[in-house]
Design a protein around this ligand. Structure first.
Ligand code: C2O
Ligand code: CU
Length: 428
């Protein structure tokens, strides 16, 4: 629905947004692991839409991808989503019809699947990190969601950043409290460099999936679009000291993204390193070394371009692609083709080698299944659903194709996805 929100400081007029249930971000949905989630999308917008439940190993028919797993829901119509929740963790939901515009206007929210036995923390907090490109005079989104300039470069970066729909988000806390912070990057294209101040923390999960062992936060944390990171932090700052989550601003200074405002103190207990979160089912990926490798070059964009690629069933050169508003290709294919990038049999282990031949980073997201990054020496990284592939970098992912259906694989810089960086795989 349409509603108005004060995203920016009071000197900006309030911003008309598109929302789930009237709030930005949408309501936090919390459900128990192993339960079934049912939600009716009632489309009160003037344009078609659909909802994707990002990171859930979901029934394909409920994945929300207009044009692949369902038809977009027209204005005034509804769609019933109902699916099982096999995994605990931090997930999110967002529009998946013209998402470049719809997510930027506000259509996203957190989806938290709770473990039967939660970790020992005093509080569990969602921090949904976003940016907005607003006109300071009108408070309106700078309306050109489809600007070729941003789509062919790094994507749309906001002039204002915030958490949970506020530019000045504050989390009250007491010294010595232990908090679980669930970070979600819902920005269209911004990669956040983050650090903690006045907090001692551990990373306990990535993209919803628990790490085998909590990792102390010592360095800058990188959170690419669509990625999540669960931290457990102890509030070490005392009342009056600065504490919170900082981000690296474009001018290379650290700024406060979410302030933890410390008032008073809780009795000090020495809890030490937190226990790992309970494992989710089906976290093992076996037979990776023997699995065939599928090559997926990431190509296009400003400065590099493409010699030619297939768009809409036709081979096109760079000039022709640009005329069609397309700038990127995955494995020589621009946007969704009729045939999948790969067809896998159910249960098969697969490897996809993504080579970034562009001068921009890309946050590559696979729907329906989590993967591990396979290093050159064969070592496997943590389970993820979105991985950042830097320019001139080759990243190989390995996964078990255990979820049947048609699954999107695309860049989560949403302007890139809309202008070609989208492909799909079929699991039979
Ligand atoms: Cu969160 Cu296809 O996306
Ligand atoms: Cu991209």
């Amino acid at each position: 629905m349409d509603t108005t929100v004060q995203l920016a400081p009071a000197s900006y007029p309030a911003t008309p947004v598109w929302s789930y249930d009237g709030t930005i971000p949408g309501p936090v949905i919390r459900a128990a692991q192993g339960s079934r989630l049912e939600r009716r999308l009632v489309n009160a917008l003037k344009v078609p839409t659909s909802i994707h439940w990002h990171g859930i190993r979901i029934d394909n028919a409920m994945d929300g991808v207009a044009g692949l797993t369902q038809d977009a829901v027209p204005p005034d119509e509804s769609f019933d989503y109902a699916f099982d929740l096999p995994d605990a963790g931090t997930y999110w939901y967002h529009a998946h019809t013209n998402s470049m515009e719809q997510v930027a206007r506000g259509l996203s929210g957190a989806l938290i699947i709770e473990e039967a036995t939660p970790p020992d923390v005093d509080r569990d907090e969602v921090l949904m990190i976003d940016d907005w490109l607003l006109d300071p005079d009108t408070g309106l989104f700078i309306d050109d969601f489809a600007a070729p300039m941003t789509r062919s470069h790094g994507g749309q970066i906001g002039n204002l950043v915030g958490v949970n729909g506020r530019y000045d988000y504050r989390l009250p806390a007491r010294q010595n409290e232990r908090l679980r912070l669930r970070l979600i990057n819902s920005a269209n294209a911004q990669i956040f460099g983050l650090k903690l101040e006045g907090l001692t923390g551990w990373t306990v999960a990535l993209d919803g999936m628990p790490l085998a062992a909590p990792e102390p936060v010592t360095d800058t944390l990188v959170l690419a679009p669509a990625q999540r990171m669960d931290l457990i932090v102890d509030v070490s700052a005392e009342e009056g000291e600065t504490a919170g989550l900082l981000f690296a601003a474009a001018d290379d200074t650290w700024r406060v993204l979410a302030e933890v405002s410390v008032k008073g103190r809780a009795a000090s207990v020495t809890r030490g390193t937190p226990q790992p979160l309970p494992r989710n089912p089906r976290m093992e990926i076996v037979g990776v070394d023997e699995a065939p490798v599928l090559d997926m070059p990431l190509q296009g964009g400003a400065m590099r371009g493409l010699e030619s690629a297939t768009f809409d069933g036709q081979r096109m050169g760079w000039q022709e692609l640009v005329q069609n508003g397309q700038f990127w290709a995955l494995a020589g294919q621009v946007g969704l083709g009729k045939t999948p990038f790969a067809t896998l049999s159910r249960g098969e282990t697969a490897r996809i080698r993504m080579t970034n031949d562009t001068i921009f980073p890309h946050a590559m997201h696979l729907h329906g299944m989590h993967f591990r990054v396979r290093k050159e020496d064969g070592a496997l990284g943590p389970l993820r659903d979105t991985v950042l592939v830097m320019p001139n970098e080759t990243t190989e992912i390995a996964f078990v194709a255990d979820n049947p259906g048609k699954w999107l694989l695309h860049c989560h810089m949403l302007g890139h996805a809309a202008s070609g960086m989208t492909n799909w795989i079929m699991v039979l």
